[in-house]
Design a protein. Sequence first.
Length: 183
Amino acid sequence: MTAEQADDSPRLLIVDDDEIFCSVLADALARRGYRVAVAHDMAAALALAALEEPEYAVIDLRIGRESGLVVAERLHALDENTRMIILTGYASIATAVEAIKLGVVHYLTKPADADEILAALHKDEADASVPVADAPLTVRRLEWEHLQKVLAESGGNISEAARRLRMHRRTLQRKLAKRPVRE
């Protein structure tokens, strides 16, 4: 790709603390014609976003101890036309709803490949054929969803979320460190 072509390439920002995943995804997206910037924490993501002005962003829900929802909110404030998706291994209804409210266009669970990510970034219409669950959520899953919702409302601050939940901070951290309960 020539320097002139690189300048015309759509700019895409990947924000994830998994360096190997970022490297593989960045290479795959660069081969598909995107100019890719990678950040492994919130500060680097916001600095790159201000510098690069990405048209697209792929943001992990958990970036170390930081919330990808905060990154999405700040990217949206910088440029409301940036098309963002949240990519996560910790899917929950609460975080998906909050992500959409913050301007995210799609929410994908890991593992997702480059083609799935690009399809989500360019998907403009909703899909009414998505299956509806036959059974209600379990109590454990509902608890997980509620914890995620309160954490999102607290801006990713675990101490504040624990206060709102009337729970000890360490108890909340232990519950959040567990994988989400299957529906």
